[in-house]
Design a protein around this ligand. Structure first.
Ligand code: SF4
Length: 329
């Protein structure tokens, strides 16, 4: 599930599966330690190792909640609950009612804006489910799947897994991910998504059925961007996951063995300690830092980005300030 604004860097979604080292048996019978990770964890490392440290190893206070996260959470929760309703209740009206019931007011400018967005996304979710067959029960809704590589124990929660008949007449599992940002998803988004590839591998491993197709369902526009993985494209994505996992795992080892002890000194302003930590967990400042939950703890990010009001991703740009301004967050 993703609730970031489309086209922006966006804050990472909460990671419910903290990384640990787990034992696994490899083919030669010797136990090998695997690095346990989710796609969110891996992409957080790629986006910014400093943000990875603040998220998983060295917690910092987060900024104010985002309105677009409230919109995304309400839509995702309503679409999950809709499938838990009795068959006769799986109607567009029920979907609209579920969004209203699940609504969160966090991050909106005021009550009027919150209500406007609540009714807008409720109508979109109602339209979206009107295109579904309520009797076509998914194999999984917010289903956790897992897969291993030679170096990683991967897991993730999939918005929906459908069991459909493929073009060749054979049954296959289809990974469905809901999107609620402003921009409709593209085929390239579906093709390049590390998370969706991991979900395919996890669906195969967890449900023991063929899977290759991934779909991004953009709820506000009721459009679908799909991609069919080949064995080669899936292998490329899992190799990429291995590389990222190796980097993150190695950095965590250095953190545990040497850097963690320097963290307090760094907070107290010891520049040698700051440099040592930044060498392993460097910041990756960019304009997208405006969406980072840890911008207030990150001078590099503040210098590189505008401050945003919590409802900025809804399309209202008021409240933006110049780069480096300490504003809304
Ligand atoms: S503000 Fe930017 S550079 Fe700083 S931690 Fe966040 S993403 Fe990284």
């Amino acid at each position: 599930m993703t609730t970031q604004p489309s086209g922006g860097g966006g804050p990472p979604a909460p990671d419910p599966y903290p990384a640990v080292m787990v034992d696994a048996q490899v083919l030669d019978g010797m136990p090998r330690r695997l690095f346990a990770a989710t796609p969110t964890r891996l992409t957080t490392w790629v986006d910014c190792p400093r943000r990875y440290r603040f998220t998983y190893l060295d917690p910092r206070p987060k900024g104010a909640p985002w309105a677009h996260s409230s919109v995304g959470a309400a839509a995702h929760n309503a679409l999950r609950d809709w499938w838990n309703e009795p068959l006769a209740e799986r109607t567009p009206d029920t979907a609209v009612a579920l969004v209203r019931r699940r609504w969160l007011t966090d991050g909106f400018r005021d009550e009027a804006q919150s209500e406007q967005w609540r009714e807008g996304i409720a109508a979109a979710v109602g339209t979206y489910v009107s295109g579904l067959d309520p009797s076509d029960e998914p194999v999984g809704v917010e289903r956790t799947v897992a897969a291993t590589t030679s170096r990683l124990a991967l897991s993730g929660r999939v918005d929906r897994i459908d069991d459909r008949v493929g073009e060749d007449g054979e049954r296959e599992l289809v990974v469905v991910d809901y999107k609620t940002g402003r921009r409709p998803s593209s085929v390239e988004d579906a093709r390049s998504s590390l998370a969706l590839a991991v979900y395919v591998a996890g669906a195969r491993r967890t449900l023991h059925q063929r899977s290759r197709r991934v779909e991004l369902h953009h709820v506000p526009t009721n459009t679908v961007a799909a991609f069919e993985h080949t064995e080669a494209s899936l292998a490329r994505q899992l190799a990429r996951a291995d590389e990222i996992g190796d980097e993150a795992s190695n950095a965590q080892t250095v953190w545990r063995e040497t850097l963690q002890r320097k963290a307090e000194d760094a907070k107290a302003g010891d520049l040698d300690a700051v440099d040592a930590i930044d060498a392993v967990f460097p910041p990756r400042p960019s304009a997208a830092c405006c969406w980072c939950d840890f911008r207030s703890s990150c001078p590099d990010g503040r210098e590189s980005s505008h401050s945003l009001v919590p409802w900025a991703a809804l399309g209202d740009s008021e409240g933006q300030g110049p780069p480096g301004q300490l504003g809304a967050k």
